[in-house]
Design a protein around this ligand. Structure first.
Ligand code: NAD
Length: 297
């Protein structure tokens, strides 16, 4: 199938590569052409703007940093909607605001284009392995027609309901992941200071009721190695927590702890760690406690 793909960064690049490996013909665009070098070597075509990636593409994917980037790439002067014709389908793989994605879907529908939100979870390693969770909101018939495409990038593709519901699921998930990260940093620095080795602590918690993917998968690849190369940038993690607290305000849901987690991410940004991996937030607790959470073996 002919596909367009806009945004070939840390997540978009490996997802696009998996679609090429699955036999699809991609036309790709990114603000930074060098972000697509490997994809062009694999046979993808280059488009000079988002709009140019659309004609001839049955489906167009976007994987972009923040809601305003998605808005610009869909509705902007050289955006994908400008180049679209009736019957085309857009999947937004970004972690986006449900309110924004619902508005964009209305703009698309007015032009006969179907937009589905399909954010992903599982990190850059899950994107490379094709084992992402994909949570989809939008027209169910269109979802079913193109589910096999999503199966090329993830192993847990879930239909979540109406447009925006994929984003709601993703935001709730990431709030849990970021909140868990903050609390884990406190629990682990406490345990180490009180005399237990980090490896033992992590093993016990992972096999007990406090276990989480954050501790089992993410910390061992990043924080425990002192590796803060993203991965998943702190700026994007901060964006996701803020999307959750904003959604809480929009729907009148009290979220005291979530707003503390939000402020922890604001502090990490203030310290200049926005481009570091999101595990960098734990460095705040490391500093305050005088305990470094590193495993070397
Ligand atoms: P990234 O910054 O590595 O990649 C985004 C890419 O979009 C960049 O290459 C950038 O140049 C490009 N871009 C930005 N604005 C553009 C525009 N107007 N036109 C064309 N290209 C543009 O970010 P990422 O880590 O790949 O994340 C992408 C999305 O996926 C985000 O919404 C993020 O929250 C979400 N996400 C990330 C991870 C992760 O582990 N990194 C995991 C799940 C979800």
């Amino acid at each position: 199938m002919k596909l367009g793909f806009i945004g070939t960064g840390n997540m978009g690049n490996p997802m696009a590569a998996n679609l090429i490996k699955a036999g699809h013909q991609l036309t790709v665009h990114d603000l930074r052409r060098e972000a697509a070098t490997n994809l062009l070597e694999m046979g993808a075509d280059w488009a000079d703007s988002p709009r140019e990636a659309v004609p001839g593409s049955e489906v167009v994917f976007t994987s972009l940093p923040v809601p305003r980037d998605v808005e610009a790439v869909v509705l902007g002067e050289n955006g994908i909607l400008g180049g679209a014709s009736s019957g085309q389908v857009f999947f937004d793989l970004s972690t986006n605001s449900p309110t924004m994605v619902r508005r964009l879907s209305e703009e698309c529908a007015a032009r006969g284009v179907t937009l589905l939100d399909s954010p992903v979870s599982g990190g850059t390693y899950g994107a490379a392995e094709g084992t992402l969770a994909v949570m989809v909101g939008g027209d169910k018939t269109v979802f079913e027609k193109y589910k096999s495409l999503l199966d090329g990038i993830g192993t847990h593709v879930v239909y979540c309901g109406a447009i925006g519901n994929g984003s709601v699921c993703k935001i709730c998930n990431n709030l849990m992941s970021m909140g868990t990260g903050v609390l884990l940093a406190e629990a682990l620095t406490l345990g180490v200071k009180a005399g237990v080795g980090l490896g033992t602590l992590a093993d016990v918690i992972n096999n007990s009721t406090g276990g989480s993917k954050r501790l089992a998968d993410k910390f061992p690849r990043f924080l425990f190695q002192g590796n803060f190369e993203p991965g998943f940038a702190t700026a994007l993690a901060a964006k996701d927590v803020r999307l959750a607290t904003d959604l809480g305000r929009e729907y009148g849901i009290p979220m005291e702890l979530s707003n503390l987690v939000d402020q922890k991410h604001v502090e990490a940004l203030f310290r200049g760690w926005g481009l570091e991996d999101s595990d960098a937030v734990a460095k705040i607790q490391e500093e305050k406690s005088g305990v470094q959470l590193r495993l070397h073996d």
